[in-house]
Design a protein around this ligand. Structure first.
Ligand code: ATP
Ligand code: MG
Length: 443
């Protein structure tokens, strides 16, 4: 409005001036004025074109309506730029969110070409973040199952895919359609879930199996006793002793299972209770000799005055398990050496407490050693069962020790013997009272 007013004012002034100059001069003046206006307009248009081409340059200025036009264009341009920035920020934020997802995410075209994928998807499926964009995913994830699922699978359910690249891992793959012909591929690593599920199934099967055998034996004896009321008392007593044996087996199994579940549920063992190891080792030595019944040469060497911070019942049960294994898996006449010591540590370090049980028994082949602490794992099922073993002993040892931040080290050679060593960290050792330079024998 203001510019229009200015324009009318100047036009009236110029009109009056031209009218006062006479026709010839007035025409010349009018022509010069029009030419100047045309040159100015062209120069402004050229500036405008340059600015549109490169908006980083300063906004052109002009007089009158030119200034209004430039200001309007500048405002529009600014609004456009802000909108573009907002859209770019939103896109980046979506990508960052998709990147941070624990799942693998791949966006695909309707014919399964990769548009984008996050780092997890790249790691799981073996894709290259930028280089593989635009490639068909079925050319990169080479699995007939995967290709079949993308082509004509039931996308309402995930596909469990074990990739040959590293067959050790299992992935759950699911395709979701969105927008027009766009696809989202979600990948989740379910190796651990699958492992736990297998362990749960095996556990139920093992418990049932271990209970079934003594129950069948018990039921058989009961039936025989019921059918033969006139059975001689001696034979009845023999049957009852065998039945009590089987019942004891079941009780032992249930007790072990309860111990294991209590240990698994717990966190670190408290450090405020003190376990005097001298009396504990005395008790263990007596129990060992009674279990062996004189069939082995058993030697205990214990550094006196050692106190451990932890739960006495758990430590006793772990030590007892290791000693009873040594006795059970060492043929008659073999040697079993139990040692407890806090050997001096290198300069500046605190000493750890070592408890070890070495036997001259049957030994364990190397391939079994990593699995020994699994629940129900036995090298030779038949032999363990003969000796009343259920394969829970070392699982209990492992959990009891891990609650005390202790480690179990196993060294063994088939036919030569086994040494199981438990190492407790210095923080668990409360007191070492060196009464004698050498160890004492516990009898
Ligand atoms: P239990 O639950 O009664 O302890 P178990 O002795 O069979 O039964 P673990 O103590 O867990 O179970 O031991 C697992 C397996 O490790 C045993 O079955 C045996 O095969 C092997 N093993 C353990 N200790 C020794 C050892 N000192 N010498 C040889 N084999 C051993
Ligand atoms: Mg055992």
């Amino acid at each position: 409005m203001q510019s229009l007013f200015k324009f009318l004012l100047i036009a009236s002034f110029v009109g009056a001036l031209v009218a006062s100059l006479g026709p010839a001069l007035g025409f010349g003046f009018g022509f010069a004025l029009a030419l100047a206006a045309w040159i100015y307009g062209s120069a402004r248009l050229a500036r405008l074109a340059r600015w549109l081409d490169d908006p980083e340059q300063p906004v052109p200025r002009g007089i009158g309506m030119w200034d209004d036009v430039f200001a309007l264009l500048y405002r529009q341009r600014r609004a456009q730029q802000q909108q573009l920035q907002q859209v770019t920020n939103a896109l980046l934020s979506f990508r960052r969110a998709a990147q941070a997802l624990p799942e693998g995410v791949v966006t695909l075209t309707s014919d399964n070409h990769i548009v984008w994928c996050n780092a997890n998807a790249a790691a799981m499926l073996g894709l290259k973040l930028h280089a593989d964009t635009g490639s068909a995913i079925t050319n990169l994830v080479r699995s007939p199952e995967f290709a079949g699922y993308l082509e004509h699978g039931d996308w309402s359910r995930p596909l469990a895919l074990r990739l040959t690249r590293d067959g050790a891992r299992l992935y759950s793959i699911q395709l979701v359609e969105y927008g027009e012909g766009q696809r989202l591929l979600l990948a989740r690593d379910i190796t651990q879930v699958d492992r736990l599920e297998t362990m749960r199934r095996d556990f139920v099967a093992n418990v049932s199996h271990e209970l079934k055998t003594p129950l069948t034996v018990l039921a058989g004896f009961l039936e025989t006793l019921a059918e033969h009321e006139d059975m001689p008392p001696e034979q009845t007593r023999h049957f009852l002793a065998l039945m009590s044996d089987q019942a004891g087996r079941m009780r032992h199994l249930v007790e072990d299972l309860l111990t294991l579940s209590a240990l698994e549920a717990g966190t670190d063992a408290p450090r405020d209770s003190r376990v005097e190891l001298d009396p504990l080792m005395q008790r263990l030595a007596q129990a060992a000799r009674s279990l062996s019944g004189g069939r082995h040469d058993i030697d205990f060497a214990v550094e006196p005055g050692v106190v451990l911070l932890g739960v006495e019942g758990e430590i006793a049960s772990a030590f007892e398990n290791l000693i009873s294994n040594a006795i059970r898996y060492t043929p008659d006449g073999g040697r079993i050496a139990v040692r407890l010591a806090v050997p001096p540590a290198p300069d500046g370090q605190l000493p750890e407490l070592l408890f070890s049980v070495a036997d001259t028994g049957i030994g364990i082949a190397p391939q079994h050693i990593p699995r020994l602490t699994e629940r129900f794992y036995r090298v030779d099922r038949g032999r363990s069962r003969e000796t009343g073993g259920t394969g829970l002993g070392l699982a209990i040892v492992k959990h009891a020790l891990s609650r005390h931040e202790a480690q179990l080290r196993i060294a063994s050679e088939v036919g030569v013997g086994t040494t199981m060593t438990v190492a407790f960290p210095p923080e668990r050792v409360a007191r070492v009272r060196r009464l004698q330079p050498s160890s004492t024998n516990v009898t």
